[in-house]
Unconditional design. Structure first.
Length: 424
């Protein structure tokens, strides 16, 4: 019976890509972990495997050991070393396969969870099923506890690297599902879990931008926070992403504040602070006038209501207070005029037209033309037409202007050309 000291030797120094985390240093050997291998043949196979000088040879020897001794007391430790060996060879597929096998025997293994979550999230390419899997493992990682044999300092360092990776994966899953509320929660936690200097580097910098977009996409929108994180991301993102973030921040600031006054100061604050400081207090623009107020202002500021465009008269009739609407109707009632519009529906006796731009966009009629005499050819919906008719009545809710004695405009008179005789 022999005693063997086992050390956890996962070294995720370079992970899979150059963007991967680089803080997975190998833990120090712990003399407190004593594992007993009773079978001399198993012990010899074990020592042969861990003593191989190259990662490829070590991986092959460990695979052989695990196949020969699938229930070995050192299975977990051998799987840990197998992940490290495959990772050292640069074989991502075999590394992640070994890490998943390790999780089957040690579901709370923080190193394996971190590696699998990072790689699966990176390889998901928007696949919700794969993102769900990565997010579920990330949730397990956030709940992982310190294993026996690992010092508190080592665990804390590992946790500091792993935690933002887990929040990042859960947020990516939220984004794919358009769960903006939880995405905000996860990215906020991610930003709080890293030093401020790390927030201006990838992937945390990209998540700062996603946090800003989540705030402006959630229902109801939170423009104050959305503007902040979009402006923060714009200070550090490279082109063309910098311009995208800047334009978004400016658009929503203009919409919220009503002008760009004070935006430069916000950019300066965002460059120096991860989260909004106490003096970040953008003021909302005053609410715009109501449609009824706009209608009243138009009536009050126009000495001769006859000079208003037809679209303005229609707006006042649709939105004005009774006195303003009646004042405009007084100059329309009984007047015969040409009305151009798009046919919504038609019979020989009645044509419903969309005349205003809003009516055309919504494909809803705002004019009813009662014809006299009946039309010989009924126009199809969507046809642009012009009729001459007389204003007869209107209703405000639902809005409709009714005209009578409708008729197509008279055809233009032929131009009589002077006959040339050749005599001057």
């Amino acid at each position: 019976m022999k005693k063997v000291v086992i050390a956890s030797m996962l070294v995720f120094a370079s992970m899979v890509t150059t963007a991967a985390p680089r803080a997975f240093a190998a833990p120090q050997n712990s003399q407190s972990d004593q594992i007993t291998i009773k079978d001399p043949a198993e012990y010899n196979a074990y020592t042969n495997a861990i003593s191989q000088s190259t990662p490829a040879a070590k991986a092959a020897a460990i695979e052989s050991f695990l196949q020969q001794y699938p229930n070995s007391v050192v299975k977990k430790e051998m799987l840990e070393q197998l992940v490290g060996a495959y990772q050292a060879t640069g074989d991502t597929a075999k590394t992640i396969d070994a890490a998943k096998r390790l999780l089957q025997v040690d579901p709370g293994n923080l190193r394996a969870l971190t590696f699998v979550v990072y790689v699966e999230k990176a390889q998901a390419n928007g696949d919700v099923t794969k993102l769900d899997d990565a997010a579920a493992l990330a949730q397990n990682g956030l709940k992982a506890t310190k294993p026996e044999g690992m010092s508190q300092d080592e665990f804390d360092k590992l946790k500091a690297v792993a935690t933002p990776i887990f929040y990042n994966a859960i947020a990516a899953d939220d984004l794919a599902k358009k769960d903006y509320k939880d995405e905000i929660t996860q990215i906020t936690a991610e930003l709080k879990a890293v030093p401020p200097a790390q927030t201006i580097k990838q992937p945390t910098l990209a998540d700062t931008y996603y946090l800003g977009t989540a705030y402006v996409q959630e229902d109801p929108r939170d423009l104050v926070n959305g503007i902040w994180f979009l402006a923060r991301a714009a200070q550090y993102l490279p082109e063309p992403y910098k311009s995208t973030a800047e334009k978004a921040a400016e658009y929503w600031y203009q919409k919220y504040h009503g002008s760009m006054d004070g935006f430069t100061q916000i950019q300066q604050l965002a460059q120096a602070n991860v989260f909004p400081p106490a003096d970040y207090k953008p003021t909302p623009a005053p609410p715009p006038p109501s449609p009824q107020e706009l209608a009243h202002n138009a009536v009050a500021s126009t000495p001769d209501l006859k000079t208003l465009a037809l679209s303005d008269k229609e707006f006042i009739l649709a939105n004005g207070a009774p006195a303003d609407a009646q004042a405009v109707w007084a100059v329309l009632n009984g007047v015969t005029a040409e009305v151009p519009g798009t046919v919504v529906s038609a019979t020989a006796d009645t044509v419903q037209l969309a005349v205003s731009d809003d009516a055309k966009q919504s494909q809803k009629a705002d004019f009813t033309i009662n014809m006299k005499p009946p039309l010989k050819t009924v126009p199809a919906p969507g046809t642009n037409v012009t009729y001459i008719a007389t204003f007869d009545s209107y209703t405000q809710k639902p809005f409709m202007i009714i005209m009578k004695d409708g008729a197509p405009p008279a055809p233009p008179k032929p131009v009589r050309r002077r006959r040339h005789t050749g005599v001057r």
